[in-house]
Design a protein around this ligand. Structure first.
Ligand code: F0G
Length: 459
């Protein structure tokens, strides 16, 4: 008999979670104005809101927490973190920040000016926010294949080199850098191939431009290169990471994802001018150069997390769990962005709730239905998150409308995935009866999905 695959860890600390009744959930979601961000965590049974800062640290990381050096300047913890980053990326300049968006804020303050264009694959919402708030334009050059959720291609997160080149040809003197997000979260946690990173570098070199990687899930990206791209099957994840970063000039990092810490981030680069400029903003906004918004103990945990999560077994355990959930959905015929992404499953909501018009936010409606069904909290990555066009103030319905089920690292077992799949099947089976979505009663101007207030549309 073939020995089955199992997790590359065993569990030595647990946290209880609780089921609730449908009646309780109906009350709670109403009090939350039908916005799952407004729920209290204890009102949630299985929390797939995000994989960011929600992972379970290892025993080695917890040991690192106890050994943190809390010196204001020159802490050993900083140098442990810096050395690990340099080892994995080749970048010698490292500036800590309290999380990923802070890294964006610090670096973009130095590089992005009004009227600029910043091309890349899909920009994450905070990245786009930091570009648009500086009156610059984020240009999404993702390959067209990403828009067809049922198309099965290995690197759906890629940049389309022709679109990139068209942007550079039109605006070359207004492009401060190209940004590639690995993996491409917005397109469904889809990876970018090494070949594509090389192509982006070639276009950048042709126009004498620099390249930044938004690296929140770079280790997962390296895993996909190893298992899907010819020529990389025998390379280690660490070797693949080193090659990926050789095509970039710098990176922003939300360490809350692939470094498996609850808080933290950084900028790393080989360009001294960038580091010198970022140092000034970093000190003003984040803190001194050797802590930048982090505790010494957190920097220790971050260094160890990066080391562990660039090992194949750790990544394989994680991504196989996402695939496990995907296989269940295949069994039930529930449509999602194919193939399954690295950190999450993205359900194609308009294909499920065919009677809910786009103006009534199908993915948000599905998010609410899944919560009501079994207390599972996913999140909308769709028309609400897309915000309004800054000029016309119209809703942006041009993209995809997903319910994202992000799976925290090393937190839930496959039994939890079975519960998620069963709850989704129940909602799917009664999809024809769901005819009304939600309407907005209050919204913020930017990043409205966090605080939006909604009410159900009754038919
Ligand atoms: N870049 C990417 C690709 C991200 O996914 C995120 C965060 C950030 C930058 C910002 O990092 O949260 O540390 O400030 N993504 C989380 C998510 C919030 O749920 O996908 P941060």
């Amino acid at each position: 008999m073939e020995i089955p695959f199992a997790e590359s860890f065993k569990i030595k600390m647990v946290e209880p979670i609780h089921r609730s009744t449908r009646e309780e959930r109906e009350k709670w979601i109403k009090e939350a104005h039908y916005n799952v961000f407004q729920l209290k965590a204890q009102e949630v049974y299985i929390d797939l809101l995000t994989d960011s800062g929600t992972g379970a640290m290892s025993d080695r990381q917890w040991a690192g927490i106890m050994m943190g050096d809390e010196s204001y300047a020159g802490a050993t913890s900083f140098f442990k973190m810096k050395d690990m980053i340099t080892k994995l990326t080749g970048f010698e300049y490292v500036l800590p920040t309290h999380q990923g968006r802070a890294a964006e804020n610090v670096l973009f303050s130095c590089l992005v000016k009004e009227g600029d264009f910043v091309p890349g694959n899909s920009h994450f919402d905070t990245t786009k926010g930091h570009i648009e708030s500086r009156k610059a334009t984020a240009v999404d050059c993702t390959v067209d294949e990403a828009k067809d959720t049922q198309l099965e291609v290995p690197f759906k997160g890629n940049v389309d080199p022709k679109k990139l080149e068209a942007c550079l040809a039109a605006h070359a003197d207004k492009v401060p850098f190209i940004i590639v997000t690995i993996t491409n979260n917005t397109a469904g946690g889809q990876p970018v191939s090494m070949q594509n990173l090389r192509e982006v570098r070639a276009v950048a070199d042709k126009y004498n431009k620099r390249v930044i990687f938004d690296s929140a899930r770079f280790a997962e990206n390296a895993y996909f290169i190893k298992v899907r791209e010819k020529g990389y099957e025998n390379k280690t994840i660490k070797e693949i990471c080193k090659e990926m970063f050789s095509y970039a000039d710098g990176m922003t990092m939300s360490a809350k994802k692939d470094a498996i810490v609850n808080m933290g981030g950084f900028i790393a680069t080989h360009i001294q001018e960038w580091y010198d400029a970022a140092k000034v903003v970093g000190i003003v906004c984040e803190g001194y150069l050797t802590y930048g918004g982090m505790n010494g103990r957190d920097m220790n945990a971050l260094a160890i997390g990066l080391d562990e999560n660039t090992e194949f077994a750790t990544l394989e355990t994680r991504i196989k769990q996402v695939e496990y959930l995907a296989k269940k959905l295949d069994e039930y015929g529930i449509p999602y962005q194919r193939p399954a992404g690295g950190h999450a499953i993205f359900i194609d909501a308009p294909k499920v709730l065919t009677h809910v018009p786009k103006e009534e936010f199908p993915a948000q409606t599905l998010t609410i239905e899944l919560y009501l069904e079994a207390g599972i909290r996913g999140c909308e990555i769709g028309y609400l998150l897309a915000d309004r066009d800054p000029v016309t103030r119209q809703n942006r319905f041009g993209g995809l409308d997903f319910l994202r089920l992000a799976i925290p690292r090393r937190v839930y077992t496959n039994n939890h995935m079975d519960v998620v799949a069963a709850a989704l099947k129940n909602v799917y089976d009664r999809r024809e009866t769901i005819t009304g979505g939600v309407k907005i009663t209050w919204e913020a101007e930017l990043m409205r999905h966090f605080t939006v207030k909604l009410e159900p549309v009754k038919r």
